[in-house]
Write a new protein. Structure first.
Lengths: 145, 566
């Protein structure tokens, strides 16, 4: 018991964040410019729109053993491409159910809205999601199969 | 495709990156990554030395891909791409890795972890770069006309400037007359003149200009399209009008805060500075013996932290004017800090002091208090210099309140995809480097809709926005970033999913004309309409659509690199 606890506190998750170019990526830049300090576990991949992220990519990341995947886009109504984030939102609903079905904790996938002026929110999301994924523990889906 | 030979350039950015991330370690790591033919560190990769170092390395090591790990593509991608182009490499064979905003700046206390993260980010960038392909940019025509929203001093200046340079201008004003807030003022500070003297000539010039079409009273109902090709629909006095423009300048101004403080709205003798100006202008104001003015009412407080910039000067102007109307009057100006930031401004303040206006400083933790039965009769304020609370008799109380964003900013922001900042004012693309442009190409900003500004600043911004807007108008064509979607007609099954998700109607089904596939129904993406969002690429069930620069294999290779898979 003691040992498991130790492992859990040492566990550093690997989290991937797809950020849309116009809102979330700019929000992440602003967090940097503002020097908001945050956990080191998240890696950002820039895409032009959150709607560019196909479910296959999220599933591949999790199947590869990454502990969490985030998709960050513009707030509803603010999409640079009018409605790309609505598509993302609908996709996320279905994807979460699919993840449950194939045995991956759906919390490992997170969709959040971060605007270009929300540097503080970006860092809050990074902290919150890192905490959540850390609490879930390592993603053992690939090993279990 | 020739075997990839990738060059990786890791930037110290002085100590910004180098002070936290162990850059030499990242360089050594990069050298061991697949297809990396050369890796080096630069003190500043964006400096002339850094740029020539990229160009030199492309030649020396026969590089056909370049990866720079430094700051953000949002500011520096064009620079590095053009460095590649200068060295004869297609600029789309460049990949950006952000290890400053997304790494060193946010992990300042964790040098080892930040270094590991930087390595991984470089690995991901290199993994993507291996798949990059040369791209050609699409050129699109610019419709030679502009729209200016707002007929105040900033908007009129912008409209005149555009029109005088030979372009058609649609000026959309929501009020039934041009001139904006300026015409509600009584006098203009530092020159003490009636604003009509300034504005009337400009209004006339705008109204008579053969190339300016004024829509009034009118509001913008819908905007679609992109730089060079905006379709605008305007509600003009109940009638809908549509027109096409290439650029849009937003100069919608701001409104004055009406406070719920110091008895405003309850006592008849409590006015805002703007109310006072209007009454003075209409000759409705009598003589007053005891005038008290309070500055920073509703400004520079936690819920509205900004300084509205024009109110100190406005208050000084009106305080001096009250002395001028009645030299016997006692005029007190209660301020928190005085912002008289121009050379003439300081002199103007001194003149008011000499004319007998008394200035008393107050602080946020000891706000002035008003008393009286029907109206405000006295104001109590703690005087720092005397170290005691003093009571000022008062028969007119004037409050300097800040300019606040217009209510319709949000709606306009949505229509134009132009961002607004924290307080609801519009937000430019870059606070220092791009002060009158929005991040959205072809849309510009001027005047107080961005931030409180005085007349001179508003005019200067109007001119600036017009000259920025003139660049694409003059060039006549704009290059569209080559990140548009392309369909492989061999794979496409013609299901039409892409046509459903495309917000711009760029994807459409057509009969294929390619040899061997004649008559097959396939999707085709119109590059002129495609904005490069990639929605269709993500939605295509067959993987027949790829977004250039963000292909499935490029994104997948980044994911695989991060998870340690090849």
């Amino acid at each position: 018991m003691q040992k498991t606890k130790e492992i859990q506190t040492e566990f550093k998750p690997k989290i991937l964040a797809f950020c849309c170019n116009w809102c979330a990526y700019a929000g992440a830049d602003l967090a940097g410019v503002s020097r908001f300090q945050m956990p080191t576990d998240v890696r950002v991949i820039r895409v032009m729109c959150s709607g560019r992220v196909p479910p296959e990519l999220v599933i591949r990341a999790l199947a590869n053993g990454l502990d969490g995947v985030m998709v960050l886009g513009c707030h509803p109504g603010d999409c640079h491409y009018s409605e790309g984030n609505y598509l993302t939102r609908r996709r996320a609903h279905i994807l979460k159910r699919l993840l449950t079905y194939i045995g991956i904790e759906p919390e490992r996938f997170q969709l959040r809205w971060v605007s270009a002026s929300e540097g503080a929110k970006f860092s809050a999301v990074v902290k919150e999601v890192t905490d959540q994924i850390t609490a879930l523990g390592p993603n053992r889906w690939a090993e279990k199969r | 495709m020739a075997t990839p030979r990738i060059g990786a350039f890791i930037c110290h950015c002085g100590t910004n990156i180098g002070g936290i991330v162990n850059v030499p370690e990242v360089v050594e790591y990069a050298k061991g990554l697949p297809y990396v033919a050369h890796a080096e560190a630069n003190l500043y990769t964006c400096s002339e030395e850094g740029i020539s170092s990229i160009k030199r390395a492309i030649e020396q090591y026969d590089l056909n891909r370049v990866v720079v790990a430094s700051c953000t593509p949002r500011t520096h991608q064009p620079l590095f791409r053009s460095a590649c182009a200068d060295a004869g490499l297609n600029p789309y064979l460049f990949e950006f890795v952000n290890i400053r905003e997304h790494c060193s700046w946010i992990h300042r206390e964790h040098h080892q972890e930040a270094t590991e993260k930087a390595k991984e980010l470089v690995k991901m960038g290199v993994a993507k770069a291996r798949w990059l392909e040369a791209q050609q940019e699409f050129e699109s025509d610019i419709y030679p006309a502009g729209m200016v929203i707002g007929g105040g001093i900033a908007g009129m200046s912008a409209a005149l400037n555009l029109a005088n340079q030979g372009f058609e201008v649609h000026l959309v004003e929501k009020e039934p007359g041009l001139g904006g807030r300026l015409l509600r003022l009584n006098r203009i500070f530092t020159i003490d003149k009636d604003p009509r003297e300034l504005v009337e000539n400009i209004v006339k010039a705008v109204g008579n200009h053969p190339r300016i079409r004024v829509h009034m009273p009118a509001s913008v109902k819908a905007v679609s399209g992109y730089i060079g090709n905006f379709d605008v629909s305007v509600d003009e006095d109940g009638q809908e009008t549509s027109f096409k423009v290439g650029v849009i300048i937003v100069a919608t101004g701001a409104q004055v805060l009406k406070p719920e403080l110091y008895g405003y709205g309850e006592s008849a003798n409590v006015l805002t500075q703007l109310d006072l100006e209007e009454k003075l202008k209409d000759g409705e104001l009598g003589k007053f013996q005891n005038v008290v003015m309070i500055n920073c009412v509703g400004a520079r407080i936690p819920e509205r932290p900004y300084c509205s910039r024009v109110c100190c000067m406005t208050a000084i102007k009106n305080a001096a004017l009250m002395k001028e109307i009645n030299p016997e009057a006692k005029v007190y100006l209660l301020y928190r800090d005085l912002m008289t930031y121009g050379v003439e401004f300081e002199q103007y303040y001194r003149d008011a002091k000499e004319a007998g206006v008394r200035f008393i400083r107050y602080t946020l933790d000891a706000l002035p208090r008003v008393s009286g039965t029907e109206s405000v009769e006295a104001v109590k304020v703690y005087d720092e210099l005397m170290d005691m609370e003093i009571e000022l008799p008062c028969d007119l109380l004037v409050l300097a309140t800040p300019l606040i964003p217009n209510d319709d900013n949000e709606e306009l922001s949505r229509m134009l995809k132009a961002s607004t900042g924290d307080g609801g004012f519009f937000l430019e693309a870059h606070v220092k480097l791009r002060p009158v442009e929005f991040a959205m190409d072809g849309v510009y900003v001027a005047g107080t809709c961005r931030w409180p500004a005085d007349i001179r600043e508003s005019i200067a911004q109007g001119y600036a926005a017009a000259s920025e807007a003139m660049i694409p108008l003059r060039q006549g064509l704009v290059k569209v970033e080559a990140i548009t979607a392309v369909v492989d007609p061999r794979i496409c099954k013609g299901c039409g999913t892409c046509t459903l998700v495309c917000p711009f109607e760029a994807a459409g089904l057509k009969e294929c004309e390619i040899r061997g596939l004649e008559g097959k129904i396939v999707s085709e993406v119109n590059a002129a309409l495609c904005k490069g969002c990639g929605l269709c690429a993500a939605a295509c069930p067959n993987g027949a659509i790829q977004q250039r620069g963000f292909t499935d294999v490029e994104l997948m290779s980044m994911v695989n690199a991060m998870s340690g898979k090849r």
